[in-house]
Design a protein around this ligand. Structure first.
Ligand SMILES: [Zn+2]
Ligand SMILES: [Zn+2]
Length: 207
């Protein structure tokens, strides 16, 4: 029993020290943010972002991973929103999956501190972040941070207008609706032999 002297006491002591109740959802009072800031990770669903299926359908849920900290100009949020989205191709109307890792950055400000943008110096807690020029400013109404509003806006701005299942999607045949990625049709040939084209060719001969 060489290892029986091991106890987990040290680990438990450390765990006790770390227990503080920090927010775990997308909306939380500014007063709940600890002085030193905190790391938030939580699931984000279709309803949280009020997304229509045109804007994208979330598979299961997205995952938000972000740092929330106080700065002289407001509450700074920086992180990523990641997961899988089902999108509809604008050419062939087929559905395809998109893996998304969306960087999110924003500053929440109360009514007293209305400014256009801010350079926030994040402290040594976030050494990889450093200086940030933040242009996305969100209101902090009734002392509440509403991350869902920020995430919705940044998600929609990132949604491509030309959503394609593949860069060279061949789309649907205008005549018969065949998905030209999957099979071909005779419509293009038929056009050449249509009565209209034949008549024009006849006419040309006589000119
Ligand atoms: Zn397509
Ligand atoms: Zn066709």
């Amino acid at each position: 029993m060489g290892m029986s002297g091991y106890t987990a006491n040290g680990v438990i002591e450390m765990a006790k020290k770390k227990v503080t109740s920090v927010p775990t959802s997308l909306k939380f009072p500014i007063l709940d943010i600890p002085k030193e800031g905190f790391h938030l990770h939580c699931d984000v669903g279709q309803d949280d972002l009020l997304l229509t299926s045109d804007e994208g359908r979330i598979v299961d849920s997205l995952h938000l991973d972000c740092d929330v900290c106080h700065s002289p100009d407001g509450v700074c949020v920086k992180g990523t929103l990641s997961g899988t989205i089902i999108r509809e191709c604008v050419r062939c109307l087929g559905e395809y999956l998109e893996m998304m890792v969306l960087p999110c950055l924003g500053l929440f400000q109360g009514e007293q501190t209305k400014i256009e943008s801010a350079t926030v110096v994040l402290d040594e807690e976030f050494p990889d972040v450093g200086f940030e020029q933040i242009e996305d400013i969100y209101p902090c109404q009734d002392g509440l941070i509403e991350l869902d509003l920020m995430l919705r806006e940044q998600f929609i701005l990132e949604t491509p207008i030309q959503r394609l299942c593949q860069p060279d999607c061949r789309g649907l045949c205008q005549q018969c609706g065949t998905n030209l990625n999957q099979s071909s049709c005779d419509c293009a040939d038929t056009v050449n032999f249509s009565p209209m084209v034949a008549a024009l060719q006849q006419l040309k001969k006589h000119l």
